[in-house]
Design a protein around this ligand. Structure first.
Ligand SMILES: [Cu+2]
Length: 152
């Protein structure tokens, strides 16, 4: 009896440890990136892809590049306000934005060749503009439409 109890005491923490590994890993795993271009090599005033559909409650990672010769200003005020941000950072030069909602409301300047990564979970169904907020570029329709649905 005593040996069985001793064995259980030794085994139980091991079993709990093994079982918890996949769950701990799943929550930390990075989502597949969705690549978005802010402008084009020909300096067209557009975002690509023009439309994206996301599922509410799922973690996404947007990787936004500027392949053009112009500065653009990445903004998504409504989508940012309707999402939970895990991380918002410029890769090169490395800049981390602690207040994603206000940064994406104001707009983040993206110089030619720069890249911005936004890891977030949309929390509210809707259709949101994700684009450049420089007035002349916004007027030209420089944005993607992001649709968030409860079910895909
Ligand atoms: Cu622009």
């Amino acid at each position: 009896m005593k040996t069985l109890l001793t064995k259980l005491i030794m085994i139980v923490p091991f079993v709990i440890g093994v079982l918890s590994v996949p769950f701990a890993h799943a929550s930390e795993v990075s989502p597949e990136p969705i690549f978005i271009n802010s402008g084009t090599v020909n300096n067209d005033l557009l975002f690509h892809p023009p439309e994206l559909t996301l599922k509410e409650g799922v973690l996404y990672k947007f990787v936004i590049s500027n392949p053009s010769n112009h500065k653009h200003v990445v903004a998504a005020p409504e989508l940012a306000a309707s999402s939970r941000t895990t991380e918002l950072m410029k890769v090169s030069p490395r800049i981390s934005y602690s207040d994603a909602s206000s940064s994406l409301a104001k707009g983040i300047p993206l110089q030619p060749g720069e890249m911005l990564e936004w890891t977030f979970t949309p929390t509210k169904e809707g259709t949101y503009k994700f684009g450049c907020n420089k007035s002349s570029h916004a007027a030209a329709g420089m944005h993607s439409m992001v649709t968030v649905r409860a079910e895909l």
